[in-house]
Write a protein that binds this ligand. Structure first.
Ligand code: ADP
Ligand code: MG
Length: 260
């Protein structure tokens, strides 16, 4: 729907010396990285290390206490609330950890909501767009269902349809496979790969799910709560054998916990 204003921007997203926190409490500091167009980047780390905080910063819901985020070459840390709505929310889709579907609305109404908010699309066209978005996440025919009537995996896919409603250039997903069994998780992995391949959407996926990390990542960034920052960055296969025990143990914990 909206293309980046600076199509020549070298990166989809960059963090420059970013610190994030709540009040006086610093959660992450001196964060530096860039994401290339069309890549799937996973953000890894144990529970409570600051992954969701990181995503809130990336999507502009939490202002950095230091440094800046650049989206397609534009400094989004400096934007006002209106500027943010106008510039960022049309380019960015977010799948929140909770799914964040509105329980009193049907699936179709949930997906239509952001489109209604940002346009005066006529009803027939809106219905057609919603049908398409639901088909993209393999939920065709479920438009009249309420969130409570859906399984965990279907809820995640519905959240994904809503995140894709405005045809974002970049999609953020917080724990898209959280709480799902391995088979359903693998279906979500495949769906993300397909959307990335077919639509060319850049994706930032927060996860601590090893099979997901290995299946979808072009690049991974591992953060650590005690270090308050990035402790590894690279293709997962490369960083998995890091000499840093915090990184090595993260990648090998399931193997070492197994019976074999
Ligand atoms: N709104 C908030 N206010 C104060 N502290 C918070 C808030 N949200 C998260 N935190 C704290 O920030 C730390 C990182 O949390 P979070 O980013 O949710 O971790 P993760 O997503 O990696 O599990 C935790 O110690 C958490 O208690
Ligand atoms: Mg989280």
């Amino acid at each position: 729907m909206t293309s980046p204003t600076s199509s020549e921007a070298q990166y989809a997203l960059c963090a420059e010396n970013v610190s994030l926190g709540y009040g006086d409490r610093i959660i992450l500091e001196n964060i530096n990285f860039c994401v290339e167009h069309g890549q799937i980047v996973t953000i890894l780390g144990g529970s409570g290390c600051g992954k969701t905080t990181f995503m809130k910063g990336l999507v502009g819901l939490l202002k950095p206490t230091q440094g800046r985020f650049e989206l397609y070459g534009k400094d989004i840390s400096a934007l006002s609330a209106e500027g943010w709505l106008d510039w960022v929310s049309k380019r960015v889709g977010v799948l929140f950890q909770s799914g964040a579907l509105i329980g009193s609305l049907t699936l179709a109404e949930n997906v239509a909501l952001p489109i209604r908010e940002f346009s005066n699309t006529p009803k027939e066209m809106l219905d057609e767009i919603v049908r398409l978005k639901l088909a993209m996440v393999r939920l065709e025919g479920y438009g009249s269902y309420y969130p409570a009537e859906l399984s965990g995996g279907m809820k995640k896919r519905a959240g994904l349809a809503r995140a894709l409603a405005l045809d974002p250039n970049i999609l953020f997903c917080d724990e898209p496979t959280g709480g799902l069994d391995p088979v359903i998780s693998a279906e979500i992995d495949d769906l993300l790969l397909e959307l990335n391949y077919l639509l060319g959407i850049t994706m930032i996926v927060i996860t601590h799910d090893l099979p997901t990390i290995m299946a979808i990542s072009d690049w991974s960034i591992m953060i650590d709560g005690d270090a308050r920052g990035i402790i590894a960055s690279g293709a997962p296969r490369d960083i998995a054998n890091s000499s840093d025990p915090r990184v090595y143990d993260f990648f090998h914990r399931q193997v070492s916990r197994g019976k074999a």
